[in-house]
Design a protein around this ligand. Structure first.
Ligand code: ARG
Ligand code: ZN
Length: 879
C-alpha cells in the first residue's frame, strides 16, 4: 500500500519531461508469483536540456532485478533504485535502457498494475498503475510506440493479448508459448494493457467507412459467451455511430474487449484492448435488468469512443482528465440519446447529475472540472470531471449551435491527433471556428461549485412587455473564496395559453439567440416586448446549464407547464418541482409534529400523467417516480433528519396511490407484457412504468400479495428485481418478502452479478435495522471484501443509498462504516477512498448526527499509515 507522503501536485508546476521515450519494448515472462518483466526503452534527452541531467523513472512497490544502458550493466555509482524510483544520474543523449523487474500478480490486491482476477492475468494502468509493472516516465505526455512479447504456460494461458495488432506467436517448449503484439500508435503508458488466461471468445467483424475490416473479439469466462451478445451488438452500433456523427473511424486490425470480475471502476479504454468490469459486459434477460442493458450500451460506447477522445488525442497531464472524460461522456450521452429516447435520456442524465455531482460541488470535496491540485489522482475520477465535464461540452454546443460545434470537433481531431492536449487547446478550436471569445465561458472548467440563478418575472399588460430579473451567484468552495461571474446559457420559452411559445418582437438587456438567454453579468433585467398575453415562463429548458434555479412559480403555472410545455424535460421538471415542494412541506409538518398534507392537484396530475398515452411510458415512469430521499435532502439543504424525509415520502406515495387506485390497477394490468422480451427503449419503458405502478399499489391493502405475485410471475430480471425491491422496502417484515429473498438467493447463488443485486436490495431497506442486516451480510459466505463489486453492492449501497439506515441517529452505522472502510483499505485503498466519499454531505445533517459523523471520520484519521487515497478524502471531507 502506498502510504500518504503529503505531497501535493499542482497544475502550475507542469513542465515537459527532460527525456522522451519514443520506443518501448516489453517482454513478460508470466508466472503467478514471480512475473519477470524486461523493458527496453529507447530514450532521448529533449532538445535544450542540459547534458548530465538525471533521468528519474517512476516506480511503485517495484523489485529491480537488473538495469543496463546499451547492453552494459550499470555500476552502483551510475544509478540509484528504490521501490518507487529508478534514477540514472548522467545518461547519454540517446540510448537504450534495459530494466528487469519482478512482480507478484497473485498478491496484488490493489487491482492496479498486473494482477489476477479469477485465474486470468490482467492489468489496469490508468492513472498510475504502469509504474507497478516497470520503471517508466509514467505520465500521459510521454507517448511511445509499444511492442509487447508475452510468454506463458500454454495450458494456464492459451490466450495472450496486448494492445495493437498481433504480429507473431509460437511455441517455446516445456509447455510454454509466446505472442508478440505491436501497436503502431504512440500512446501514454496508462493505455498499456495485457491479458493472459483461458477465456471464451465471441467473435465478429466490422467494416469501416473506408472499407477496412476489423476483427472484433469479446472475451468472457468460459460458458458465458451467450451473455456477451448484447455488448457485441452495442460495440458495432458504437463504431457505426462514431463514423456517422463524428467522422471517426477505427484504426487497428483488431478490437478486443475482456470482461473480468475484479475491477476498480467500470471499464478501461486501453488501446485496442478494452478491459471491462464484467458487470458492464454480461447480460441476458434472465440475469440483467433494463438498467443494466442501458449501462452496458453506454459504457461499451464510452470506452470505444475514447479511441479518438482519449487515445488518439490524450491528456497532457492529469489535471486535464476532463479533456477525455467529460468529452467522452458527452459523446456516449449523445449516442444513447440517438439509440433510445432523447428526452428520456436527458431526464435520466439530469437526475444522475443532481444525485452525484451536485452534492460533490456543494460539499467539502468540491473541485473544478479541471482541478488545479491533487494529492491522489485516483480521487479525481469524479462526477464533476465526468458528468459536469460533459455538461460543459454540451453548453459549448448550445452556445455555438450543432454545426459550428461539429466544425470545432473536426478541427480538434485535425489539429491535435497524436498529441497530449489541454483544455485550453480544446477551447481554442471552438474559438477559432466560431470567432467567439470563450474566456468567460472557460470558468466552467476553472471554478468549482454549482451556480444559482434567481429569477423573478413580471408582465406589463399595457406595454405588452414581459420582464425577467435574473441574478447569478456562486457560493465559495474549498480554496476558492472569491468567484467570478459565469457565462450561463439559459434555454427558455414564453408559453402562451394554447401551450405554444409566444413570439416577441424585441428583447433588451441580454443577448438572446436561438431561444437561449446568455447570462453574463451578476444581474440582468431582460425585457421582451410585443408579448400578446401573460406568458408562463419555461426556463433552463433541456437543462441547458447545470445550475440550481430559484424561481418562484405558482402551482397552477407548474401544473400548466407539466401538461403543456413543448420541451419534455421541462414538463418533467415542472411536475418534479411540484412533488418536491409538497414533500418539503410534508417534511416540515412532520418535524413540527403535524400530519403532512398533499394537495389534490398532485394526485390528479399523477393520475393524468400515468394514463396519458400521448407520452412515452418511460417518460411517465420517470415523472411518477417521487424524488428520492437524498434528492429531497439536497433541496432542503440543512438540518437534515432522514427519518422525517422518509415519512413524508411514504405519506405522499400513499396518498397518490389511494387517490388513483382504480386507474393505476387498470394500467398495471394493461401493461403486462404480451411480446417477447426486447432490451430496447420501448420494452424497457413499459416495464419501468408498470414497476413504478407496482411500487404505488404495494402501499394499498393486499400490496404484499400483489408484489409477491409480480415476483413469482416475472419472466425477466427487470420485473423480478423490481418486485423484490418493493417487497423488501415496502413490506420488509412480511412472510412474502422473506420467502422471495430466500428463493432469489437460492436460485442465483452461483451468479455473482445477480447476487450483487440481492445484496443491493437488502442494503437499501430503509430504517434503523438495516445496520444489523448489513452487518450480518458481511458474514455471508458470498460476501467478499476483496471484490469491489460486492463491496460496493453491500457497503456502497448502504452508505450511499440508504439514508435512514446509514444516518442512524445513534451514530452506530457510521462507526461500523469507518471500521469496514479501514478493512477494505488494507487490500484496496482506491475502493476504500471511493466508499468514504459517502460521508461528504455530513455537514448538512442535523446537529446530533453531525457530531457522530465527525467522530467516525476522525477515528479513521487516527489510524497510523493511512493510504494516500483514503487520507486525502477524509481530510478534505473534514476540512
Ligand atoms: N478511463 C476509464 C474510463 O473512462 C476510467 C479508469 C479510471 N481508473 C482508475 N483506477 N482511476 O472509464
Ligand atoms: Zn472514460
Amino acid at each position: 500500500m502506498r502510504t500518504d507522503t503529503g505531497q501535493v501536485f499542482k497544475l502550475e508546476d507542469y513542465r515537459p519531461s527532460d527525456y522522451l521515450i519514443p520506443k518501448t519494448e516489453l517482454t513478460f515472462s508470466l508466472s503467478k508469483e514471480a512475473t519477470r518483466v524486461t523493458t527496453v526503452l529507447t530514450i532521448e534527452r529533449r532538445k535544450g536540456v542540459d547534458a548530465g541531467t538525471a533521468l528519474a523513472l517512476d516506480g511503485d512497490e517495484l523489485k529491480l532485478v537488473g538495469v543496463s544502458i546499451d547492453g552494459k550493466a550499470l555500476g552502483a555509482a551510475d544509478y540509484s533504485a528504490t521501490p518507487d524510483q529508478l534514477t540514472v544520474f548522467a545518461p547519454p543523449q540517446s540510448f537504450q535502457l534495459t530494466i528487469e523487474t519482478e512482480v507478484d500478480p497473485s498478491t496484488n490486491s490493489t487491482l492496479m498494475g498486473l494482477y489476477r482476477s479469477s485465474n486470468v492475468y490482467c492489468t489496469q494502468c490508468e492513472a498510475e498503475g504502469f509504474r507497478r509493472i516497470t520503471y517508466f516516465l509514467d505520465r500521459p505526455d510521454i507517448l511511445s510506440v509499444y511492442t509487447v512479447r508475452i510468454e506463458a504456460d500454454r495450458t494456464e494461458a492459451p490466450l495472450l493479448l496486448s494492445n495493437g495488432n498481433p504480429v507473431q506467436h509460437g511455441n517455446l517448449g516445456e509447455g510454454r508459448h509466446f505472442a508478440v503484439w505491436h501497436d503502431p500508435f504512440p500512446k501514454p503508458s496508462y493505455l498499456f494493457a495485457l491479458v493472459a488466461g483461458s477465456l471464451g471468445k465471441v467473435a465478429d467483424e466490422f467494416t469501416t467507412l473506408s472499407g477496412r475490416k476489423v476483427e472484433l473479439g469479446i472475451y468472457v469466462e468460459h460458458g458465458k459467451e451467450a451473455l456477451a451478445g448484447y455488448a457485441m451488438d452495442a460495440l458495432k452500433r458504437s463504431m457505426k455511430w462514431d463514423e456517422e456523427k463524428f467522422g471517426r473511424e477505427y484504426d487497428l486490425d483488431v478490437f478486443n474487449i475482456v470482461a473480468v470480475s475484479d475491477f476498480n471502476m467500470g471499464a478501461m479504454e486501453n488501446k485496442g484492448l478494452n478491459i471491462f468490469n464484467d458487470k458492464y459486459v454480461l447480460a441476458d434477460e434472465q440475469t440483467a435488468t433494463d438498467a443494466d442493458f442501458a449501462n452496458i450500451e453506454a459504457i461499451i460506447a464510452h470506452e470505444y469512443f475514447h479511441n479518438w477522445t482519449g487515445n488518439r488525442i490524450t491528456c497532457r497531464d492529469w489535471f486535464q482528465l476532463c479533456l477525455k472524460e467529460g468529452l467522452t461522456v458527452y459523446r456516449d450521452h449523445e449516442f444513447s440519446a440517438d439509440q433510445r429516447s432523447r428526452p428520456v435520456k436527458r431526464i435520466a442524465e439530469v437526475r444522475t447529475l443532481r444525485a452525484h455531482q451536485f452534492p460533490e460541488d456543494q460539499g467539502p470535496l468540491a473541485h473544478p472540472v479541471r482541478p488545479r491540485r491533487y494529492r491522489e489522482i485516483n480521487n479525481f475520477y469524479t462526477a464533476t470531471v465526468y458528468e459536469k465535464g460533459s455538461e460543459v461540452v454540451r453548453m459549448i454546443r448550445t452556445i455555438l449551435g450543432t454545426e459550428v460545434f461539429r466544425a470545432g470537433m473536426d478541427l480538434y481531431f485535425e489539429r491535435h491527433d497524436g498529441e497530449a492536449a489541454t483544455i485550453d487547446d480544446f477551447l481554442k478550436v471552438f474559438e477559432d471556428v466560431s470567432g467567439r471569445d470563450l474566456s468567460q465561458f472557460a470558468l466552467w472548467y476553472h471554478q468549482a461549485g454549482t451556480p444559482n440563478v434567481t429569477v423573478s418575472s413580471s408582465y406589463d399588460q399595457s406595454a405588452r412587455a414581459f420582464t425577467l430579473e435574473i441574478e447569478q451567484s456562486l457560493a465559495p468552495t474549498p480554496s476558492e473564496s472569491r468567484k467570478r461571474l459565469m457565462h450561463i446559457p439559459l434555454a427558455f420559452g414564453l408559453v402562451g395559453a394554447d401551450g405554444k411559445d409566444l413570439p416577441y418582437d424585441g428583447v433588451e438587456g441580454a443577448t438572446v439567440e436561438n431561444s437561449v438567454i446568455h447570462l453574463r453579468k451578476r444581474h440582468q433585467s431582460v425585457r421582451f416586448t410585443g408579448i400578446a398575453e401573460r406568458p408562463v415562463l419555461s426556463l433552463n429548458r433541456g437543462f441547458s446549464a447545470p445550475i440550481t434555479l430559484s424561481l418562484e412559480q405558482k402551482p397552477e403555472d407548474l401544473i400548466f407547464l407539466a401538461g403543456n410545455d413543448r420541451d419534455a424535460f421541462s414538463r418533467w421538471q415542472a411536475f418534479n418541482t411540484l412533488l418536491t415542494d409538497a414533500l418539503i412541506s410534508g417534511f416540515r409538518n412532520i418535524l413540527g409534529g403535524k400530519q403532512p398534507e398533499f394537495g389534490e392537484h398532485l394526485q390528479g396530475l399523477a393520475g393524468r400523467i400515468a394514463a396519458d398515452t400521448s407520452l412515452e411510458p418511460a417518460f411517465r415512469a420517470l415523472a411518477l417516480t417521487l424524488p428520492g430521499e437524498s434528492d429531497i435532502a439536497r433541496d432542503i439543504g440543512k438540518g437534515i433528519d432522514p427519518d422525517a424525509i422518509l415519512a413524508a415520502r411514504h405519506a405522499c406515495a400513499s396518498t397518490i396511490a389511494a387517490a388513483n387506485e382504480q386507474g393505476f390497477r387498470y394500467l398495471y394490468e394493461e401493461l403486462r407484457d404480451s411480446e417477447p422480451f426486447q432490451p430496447d427503449a420501448d420494452g424497457a419503458g413499459r416495464r419501468a412504468l408498470r414497476n413504478v405502478l407496482l411500487d404505488y399499489l404495494a402501499l394499498l391493502p393486499g400490496g404484499a400479495d400483489l408484489a409477491a405475485s409480480h415476483f413469482d410471475n416475472a419472466t425477466n430480471m427487470t420485473d423480478r428485481a423490481a418486485a423484490l425491491t418493493v417487497l423488501a422496502q415496502r413490506h420488509s417484515d412480511s412472510a412474502q418478502a422473506d420467502k422471495a429473498l430466500k428463493h432469489f438467493e437460492k436460485q442465483y447463488s452461483t451468479d455473482a452479478l445477480v447476487m450483487d443485486k440481492w445484496f443491493i436490495i437488502q442494503a437499501g431497506v430503509p430504517g434503523p435495522r438495516a445496520l444489523e442486516t448489513v452487518r450480518a451480510l458481511t458474514e455471508h459466505p458470498a460476501f467478499s471484501i476483496g471484490n469491489p463489486n460486492r463491496v460496493r453492492a453491500l457497503i456502497g449501497t448502504f452508505a450511499g443509498a440508504n439514508q435512514t439506515g446509514f444516518h442512524r441517529a445513534d451514530g452506530e452505522s457510521y462507526r461500523f462504516f469507518a471500521d469496514i472502510v479501514l478493512k477494505v483499505e488494507k487490500r484496496n485503498p482506491q475502493v476504500a477512498a471511493r466508499l468514504a466519499t459517502a460521508m461528504r454531505s455530513w455537514r448538512s445533517l442535523e446537529p446530533v448526527r453531525q457530531d457522530k459523523a465527525r467522530d467516525a471520520l476522525v477515528s479513521i484519521l487516527k489510524q497510523e499509515k493511512l493510504s494516500a487515497d483514503l487520507k486525502d478524502i477524509v481530510e478534505r471531507t473534514l476540512a
